[in-house]
Design a protein around this ligand. Structure first.
Ligand code: C2E
Ligand code: MG
Ligand code: MG
Ligand code: MG
Length: 285
């Protein structure tokens, strides 16, 4: 078909993978068009003061065929495709709408959203964010936090930090997600203008059993303070995790031990009822 003296090997495995990928993209596009995505919210708290400091929006796909699907099952398929930017904008818009709805109920619950690398690296990210914020004038930009992975900055740290600064100009805050798992966490910490560091849950999970993980958690807490950034532990699964973190000087926490991600409607009652554990009292930092 390509003319004489040409040959091409037909790689059926590659072809099948392409068809698969094509189908996957189609299904996700359809999911977006048919409004099958939803956000769950996981509370973030101050263990010492007992204050609910916000909630992280986590995307799910309510698929008619497969039921509730988690982000690790479908986001990787679109991570390098522009569709991920559209999904990302849907997430920001939906989160802003939710902040606004809570505000109407008299609740001030800042929301953090996860931003993909492609989204953060797209040239007009700050402009699009400004447009989304303008659609919700009742929402203070400071009640939106963007969680970025340090790996998002691989390639062009300068461009990424400039984009972040442009967004900070708009009033939003940044958090460095899964901190400590990347290749050059320290240089990213120094160069990326994030006001909050999220200690990766793998270190927190094992900190009570593994002295190395405990040392990492402790170092990240100290480092965050030296760099005048806030610090929060993710993956706090037990009361004991909370005690250990408070002893290290980390008072902000998120994890199954505090609350699992839940539907938006459940957040107000949860927030009204939540109290820190008694054993957490008495830690003055
Ligand atoms: P992440 O941003 O680090 O979010 C934390 C993940 O850990 C969530 O999983 C959460 O449900 C889970 N988790 C929270 N506390 C605990 C705990 O105590 N123990 C354990 N074992 N797990 C805990 P989820 O919702 O499956 O999300 C996985 C990842 O998918 C997120 O990691 C984030 O990187 C990504 N993601 C989620 N929503 C979005 C989104 O809207 N946009 C983008 N770009 N990525 C998203
Ligand atoms: Mg996150
Ligand atoms: Mg994380
Ligand atoms: Mg993660």
């Amino acid at each position: 078909q390509e003319g004489k003296n040409r040959y091409r090997l037909f790689d059926s495995a590659h072809n099948a993978a392409m068809v698969n990928q094509h189908e996957r993209l189609d299904r996700i596009r359809k999911a977006l068009d048919q409004n099958e995505f939803l956000l769950h919210y996981q509370p973030k708290v101050n263990m010492r003061t007992g204050k609910v400091i916000g909630a992280e929006a986590l995307i799910r796909w309510q698929s008619p065929e497969c039921g509730l699907v988690g982000p690790n099952e479908f986001l990787p398929a679109i991570e390098s495709h522009i569709l991920s930017i559209e999904v990302g904008e849907w997430v920001i818009g939906t989160a802003l709408c939710q902040i606004s709805a809570w505000k109407k109920l008299g609740l001030d619950i800042p929301v953090s959203v996860n931003i993909s690398a492609l989204q953060l690296q797209s040239e007009d990210f700050a402009t699009r964010l400004a447009e989304l914020l303008a659609a919700f004038p009742e929402v203070a930009p400071s009640s939106l936090e963007l969680e970025v992975l340090e790996t998002s900055a691989i390639g062009d740290v300068l461009q990424v930090s400039e984009t972040m600064l442009a967004c900070i100009e708009l009033g939003v805050n940044f958090a460095l997600d899964d901190f400590g798992t990347g290749y050059s966490s320290l240089s990213h910490l120094r160069r990326l203008p994030a006001s909050l560091i999220k200690i990766d849950q793998t270190f927190v999970r094992d900190m009570l059993a593994d002295p190395d993980d405990l040392a990492i958690v402790e170092s990240v807490v100290v480092l965050s303070k030296s760099f005048k950034r806030g610090v929060i532990a993710e993956g706090v699964e037990s009361i004991e995790h909370g005690i250990a973190l408070l002893q290290l000087g980390c008072e902000l926490a998120q994890g199954y031990g505090i609350a699992r991600p839940m539907i938006a409607r459940d957040i107000p009652t949860w927030a009204a009822d939540w109290q820190p554990d008694d054993s957490w009292r008495g830690y003055c930092l």
